[in-house]
Design a protein around this ligand. Sequence first.
Ligand SMILES: O=C(O)CCC(=O)C(=O)O
Ligand SMILES: [Fe+2]
Length: 296
Amino acid sequence: MIFPNHQRAQGNKLYYQEELKKSPAKEDETLVNNVPTSLEPNEREKYEMLCRGDLSIPPAVQAQLKCRYVHRNVPYLRLMPLKEEEAYLQPRILLYRDVMYDSEIDLIKKMAQPRLRRATVQNYKTGELEIAHYRISKSAWLREPEHPVVERISKRVEYMTGLTTSTAEELQVVNYGIGGHYEPHYDFARPGEANAFKSLGTGNRVATVLFYMSDVAQGGATVFTSLNLSLWPEKGTAAFWHNLHTTSDGDYYTRHAACPVLTGSKWVSNKWLHEAGQEFLRPCDPNEVISKQELS
Ligand SMILES: O=C(O)CCC(=O)C(=O)O
Ligand SMILES: [Fe+2]
């Protein structure tokens, strides 16, 4: 049985400590054996606590979170509104419930299965894709023309995000076995990173939509190490957040990780949206103030 975050927090001892409060992560500064290991002194500790359900956002913050039905004036959504749930307010991290049907999940898994290969990451210095011990999973990419369901998922992502998927990456399907995980990282490319998304010509990854295509019996949470937030996978739910401020600067509070799967297996799919084409859908907000600390 999967317990939502707040129930776990109440069931377990809540180790919320002053020094572990929301704090922005800094850029990776060092590479050891080509691996960004600059987990801040207490980031590893937080990562592990969040994965165990031993750390969570304070009750006062939780109490401000709301859920609602949304239609965004889209006729289709008026008939079938999205079930939107706030998981965090700043940065805004939203959950959409029941946005991928079991039949769609079965089909997507079936299409991806024969193509699953060990997932790669982009080398920070060289820009080359390579296998890394800090990301252990298998993944495959699905294109919209391959099946109407893949196209339908993109459309749903547009409804959820209010952004265009015309410049998005293909749908990435990921399977984690026992021990599979992805250590703390940013989804957006940072200044100075080699080759980052340049070949795509669509700018940086402005937003992430992460569909949970399975429950996970134990482990496998998505955790935000600068926010003390854990999202526990629930089949059919999608998480959505912006990786960039409207100024195009990266939001360093979005640093996140996929916790090791302890029992069972975990399936997700990622839709990464890019900056190009969003200019009028998410215009630059000149009032958005970004702290120097975040930009350093
Ligand atoms: O699987 C998860 O929970 C998160 C995956 C992730 O962060 C990624 O693939 O970039
Ligand atoms: Fe990620």
